[in-house]
Ligand binder design. Structure first.
Ligand code: PDD
Length: 286
């Protein structure tokens, strides 16, 4: 296997040689943001939308964007070239970098740490995905800034661990009686043929896959609705899905030990996953 080449502060180097100071604010405080961009063939999926979300996250934490979109895309191309493969993902993170002392106060001098690597995620197998996953609902105790794609993920780690301890793959997070999202994914429910997802807010990440799924539903005559989903509606859901760049569209077949629908990937999911795979295939060939 070829060596994994990463990007760090302007250099391309083998991953073992990429090191960051222990004074980096990303390491000390989780003071940074990240993105995960799926790549099909050589084509990053919705790259402008990912770069816009990157900009939004940076603005929210008062960190300047070190590059314009064209410069980012040039680095993506070079990194992909150095890490050949088919279905991959670009992982990128920007931290506020190294300051001379450990102090929460932001110093005026700017020295961000810019890191990127390619994740060899491999092609999604729709038959495997169709087997579905089991989840539980867990109280969403995260902060009021979940729209920032922050590298401070300890709350998500704790929530995922609660799910693991409960013997399931992931959690459906619930805040004040309403569903927010998964620990690293967005939430969809199907009821009477209508696809429903909660609105964008400070309590969930505006997922790029979420937006794409809503758009594809609209283009393909699947009725969709964006509204709050009360926890007690989940008992009667016909289908539940979790969406993300790496998981794509995962059907949830059991929730809190009870079957969702008939405990199989549903009809609307089957329609959507094929639309989604076609979209990816067109991107590969573009
Ligand atoms: N996570 N919500 C949360 C909390 C997430 O971490 C993610 C993605 C999503 C879905 O967003 P998108 O469709 O843009 O991937 C929603 C990435 C994949 C991760 O942390 O690895």
């Amino acid at each position: 296997m070829s060596e994994k080449i990463v990007y760090l502060n302007g250099e391309y180097l083998p991953i073992e040689q990429a090191t960051v100071s222990v004074l980096d604010r990303g390491f000390l405080f989780g003071d940074g943001i990240y993105e995960v961009i799926p790549v099909f063939g050589r084509r990053p999926l919705r790259v402008d939308e990912h770069l816009q979300r990157l900009q939004n996250s940076l603005s929210r934490i008062s960190l300047d964007n070190p590059f314009d979109n064209e410069a980012w895309k040039t680095i993506f191309d070079q990194l992909l070239e150095k890490n050949p493969g088919e279905d991959r993902a670009i992982y990128m993170q920007i931290t506020r970098g190294k300051h001379p002392v450990r102090d929460l106060k932001i110093q005026p001098d700017k020295c961000p740490t810019i890191f990127m690597m390619v994740l060899q995620v491999g092609a999604i197998d729709v038959d495997v995905l169709a087997r579905g996953i089991e989840t539980v609902t867990i109280d969403d105790f995260r902060w009021h800034a979940c729209d920032i794609k922050s590298i401070s993920l300890v709350a998500n780690v704790m929530l995922r661990e609660q799910a693991t301890q409960a013997g399931v793959i992931d959690a459906v997070l619930v805040r004040d009686g309403f569903v927010t999202e998964g620990t690293a994914s967005n939430f969809f429910m199907v009821k009477n043929g209508v696809l429903i997802t909660p609105p964008i807010s400070k309590h969930l990440l505006p997922g790029i896959t979420r937006d794409l799924v809503i758009e594809l539903a609209q283009e393909n005559d699947i009725k969709s609705e964006i509204r709050q989903i009360a926890m007690n509606e989940l008992d009667d859901a016909d289908e539940i899905w979790l969406t993300s760049s790496t998981r794509e569209i995962a059907p949830v077949i059991r929730l809190n030990g009870k079957d969702v629908g008939d405990a199989k990937a549903g009809l609307v999911w089957k329609k959507m996953i094929h639309i989604y795979q076609d979209y990816k295939q067109k991107l590969r060939q573009a």
